[in-house]
Design a protein around this ligand. Sequence first.
Ligand code: ADP
Ligand code: MG
Length: 392
Amino acid sequence: MLAAGPSVARLGGGKLRLGRTAGPGIPGFVLTAISRRALGHCLRTWSRLYRILFLVAMGACSRESTEPVTRSFASMGTQASVTVAAEYRDRLPELTEAVHEVLRRLEDQLSTYRSDSEISRLAAAAGRFPISVSADTRRILELARRYGELSRGAFDVTVAPLVQLWGFGRRARHSVPDPEVIEDRLRLVNFRSIELQGGSAFLPAGMSLDLGGIGKGFAVDKAVEVLRRSGVRAAMVDLGGNIRVLGQAEPGTSWTIGIRNPFESERVLGVIKLPDGMAVATSGNYERFVEIGGRRYSHIIDPRTGYPVEGMAGVTVVSPDATGSDALSTALFVLGVESGFEVLKDVPGTEALFIRDRDPVELWLTPGMATLFTAVPEYEPAIRVLSAEARK
Ligand code: ADP
Ligand code: MG
């Protein structure tokens, strides 16, 4: 069994394909894709398994009145779900609709797939005039700049021209881009150039934004806010593997999130217990990548070099909010274990699990993560706790 129980959510997740419908009926949690053939196999297996898991979960829910109940739907190009503790069972349809509505609104504002979204209009007006933006768009841009600073530029939402160049946008690639072209695009990447003034935002000429590394987390925080305002004290929101929880799954039982082996999606490495209010997200190289000349390139770009990140397989981040876990999992994927750990000392309450892209699997945990994460017996020997000394 892949899920450790009904309150186990699946980590991973699709890209923030804002403005598109979800993929081929899979929940966005395929974590391993060694090759296209393997990916195809995984997708088929997972879509079957998901259906089975779903039915098992539904069966369990109808039998056990103390267990949380879940509703899933497609949003922001991935699978979303709202889970509430049993006491809110009757309100689940209404709560799910309220969350869905918030996600729809955000998608309208933030999607790069919609030419009329605020983010698209900002790019279209770059170098010419400012665009008036909603409070949410302003907020997400402020947060994006903040995570840009915190990560010393590893996280940069102005990386869009490079994301497009490497074939992660509308156009696929068949060869590695020319170094001069990469250099040219790099000149358009700098989050500090995003200007925010009052209710409007402005981008210098040629620049554009990609909120794929922060938008889903931001949306989860908004969704959790909606649930809180509705009086819900125990719930979990999952948007393509960006997860945040409130309260406990059942009295005395924490919400538990399964972490998969990035190299073998059918294997669970362990589970993370998420305390009240906390969020978790994973960035990985296994699910979304392009293949150019038989080589795989990660969809996360190092904004300092202009090249896709190499050497990391996955980073899972636990943080006090979902915007933080989303942005920081992407940032730490770029930074790697040592620099990532170093950056985390400026981010209180945030913990990470790093997996490098090498065999055999080693699980590098921050000391705080070591208290939240429990490996399955098979992976216990793979645990390496980063020393607090090294953090200085
Ligand atoms: P996913 O949303 O695919 O699960 P992430 O949250 O790690 O994974 O976000 C990756 C996405 O963020 C990429 O698909 C791209 O849109 C965008 N991105 C790529 N590199 C960076 C970067 N260095 N900083 C910020 N965003 C990035
Ligand atoms: Mg992210």
